[in-house]
Design a protein around this ligand. Structure first.
Ligand SMILES: Cc1cc2nc3c(=O)[nH]c(=O)nc-3n(C[C@H](O)[C@H](O)[C@H](O)COP(=O)(O)OP(=O)(O)OC[C@H]3O[C@@H](n4cnc5c(N)ncnc54)[C@H](O)[C@@H]3O)c2cc1C
Length: 389
């Protein structure tokens, strides 16, 4: 059974690895001329690190990731701690796998290296442009010519053309939220700003998150604010927009401002998403399955987009490993049936988190009281971290 994968991001590489490890022939087609991963940091919960460990990546993950001691939730205006969740060793023991933070290029790099050690065939500069499927066959048109395969996995991200062809359900929508991302060298920070923790700062119509990456040498910063796409987005001038960001966060505490001031180079992301999945047929039809952001783009307010892509990859490999050539569509339906509700729940919860994090007035007051009273019970999520795909 030949599987073709469109897209070599975290989701596509995870799928290639899971399939190749289960002995299936895989060809991956990446549009870009080189494999790369844009952006800065990423958090992975035990649900995702458990799968990476099962794929033999424990050592590689440990070597490039950081295990934060705790999650601290602070009020962005006063700087006061609202609640805490112990991470580190305690969480690793409780869930059988750690909560880690890392640079996304390091995660992408370790997956790529692992895939290169398998029999999977990798192509770059090879966009999957279109596909044709019948009940018995599948053909792809790629930037490097036509190909036949038994299965196509659309792991081509937020703007997935595989999804457009399969579902024809329009483009992702603007969320009205912008993400400012940056990396700061911890050694260059004053001692009181250096951190071993994940810190979330919650404010009106904004929140910021910081955590260590690259073995703790760098601090990843991301600030989410409400705002329209800047007119000069294509030629984005980070200096001018850093001033906009500071103005937007004018009422924030000194520590947060000091952190913002330490950044010399912000990168801006305009956030898009789609409504939560509503049925299994949105994840697979016939011989084509969708995975990761192509299937269920989500707001990053639960830090699980890549985690869900990794879970999808494991579930897909499990479904296909039991399938015979004549029942591929049924195997892909099993994959979709297994995955869509969990992905929809995570998409919905991420959206709700955004509303709670950015709340004002009475909602904000209720949130803060609940955080203080319930503490870890509110922040820990066994339904998310303990589940195996
Ligand atoms: C600000 C921010 C913070 C985030 N933080 C977290 C976090 O802490 N934890 C977490 O788990 N997730 C996080 N996420 C989400 C996570 O980054 C994504 O969910 C994840 O990277 C999606 O991976 P993917 O492989 O599905 O898609 P992508 O990473 O978009 O990869 C798609 C790949 O397909 C290629 N491609 C596109 N079209 C084609 C084509 N036609 N043919 C072939 N190749 C094609 C692209 O070049 C790309 O390499 C965050 C996202 C954002 C924006």
């Amino acid at each position: 059974m030949k599987t073709a994968i469109a897209g070599g991001g975290i989701g596509g590489l995870a799928a290639a690895l899971a399939l190749a490890r289960s002995g299936q022939p895989v060809e991956l087609f990446e549009k870009a001329v080189e494999f790369h991963e844009a952006g800065a940091g990423i958090q992975l919960g035990p649900n995702a690190t458990r799968l990476l460990k099962a794929w033999g990546l424990h050592g590689a993950l440990q070597a490039c990731s950081f295990s934060p001691e705790q999650l601290q939730v602070r009020d962005a205006a006063s700087g006061k701690v609202l609640s805490k969740l112990t991470l580190g060793k305690a969480m690793a023991e409780h869930y059988g796998s750690p909560y880690v933070t890392l640079h996304r290029a390091d995660l992408h790099g370790l997956l790529l290296q692992a895939v290169r050690q398998t029999a999977a065939v990798l192509h770059t500069g090879a966009a999957v442009q279109s596909f044709w499927q019948t009940p018995h066959s599948l053909f792809l048109q790629t930037g490097q010519g036509a190909k036949d395969a038994d299965v196509l996995v659309g792991a081509d991200g937020l703007w997935s053309s595989s999804r457009q062809q399969l579902l024809n359900d329009g483009m992702p929508q603007l969320t009205g939220h912008l993400a400012y991302r940056a990396l700061v060298c911890q050694a260059a920070l004053p001692l009181h700003l250096r951190s071993q923790d994940v810190t979330a700062w919650l404010g009106r119509n904004m929140h910021a998150v910081s955590y260590p990456v690259r073995g703790g040498e760098w601090l990843n910063m991301v600030v989410f604010v409400h705002g329209a796409v800047p007119d000069d987005f294509q030629n984005w001038n980070h200096t001018a927009n850093a001033a906009d960001l500071k103005n937007t966060l004018a009422g924030s505490c000194t520590a947060l401002h000091e952190l913002l001031d330490s950044v010399t180079d912000w990168r801006l992301w305009v956030m898009h998403d789609r409504p939560p999945l509503q049925s299994a047929s949105q994840m697979a039809q016939g011989r084509v399955a969708l995975l990761g952001d192509a299937a269920h783009p989500m707001r990053p307010y639960l830090a699980q987009g890549a985690g869900m892509a990794i879970e999808d990859a494991a579930a897909l490999a499990a479904a296909l490993s039991k399938a015979a050539l004549h029942n591929i569509p049924a195997a892909l339906q099993r994959y979709a049936a297994n995955r869509w509700q969990r992905n929809a729940r995570v998409q919905a919860r991420a959206m709700r988190n955004g509303q709670i994090f950015h709340a004002k007035g009475v909602t904000r007051w209720g949130r803060d009281v609940a955080m203080r009273l319930l503490g870890e019970k509110l922040l820990d999520m066994p339904w998310l971290y303990a589940t195996r795909p």
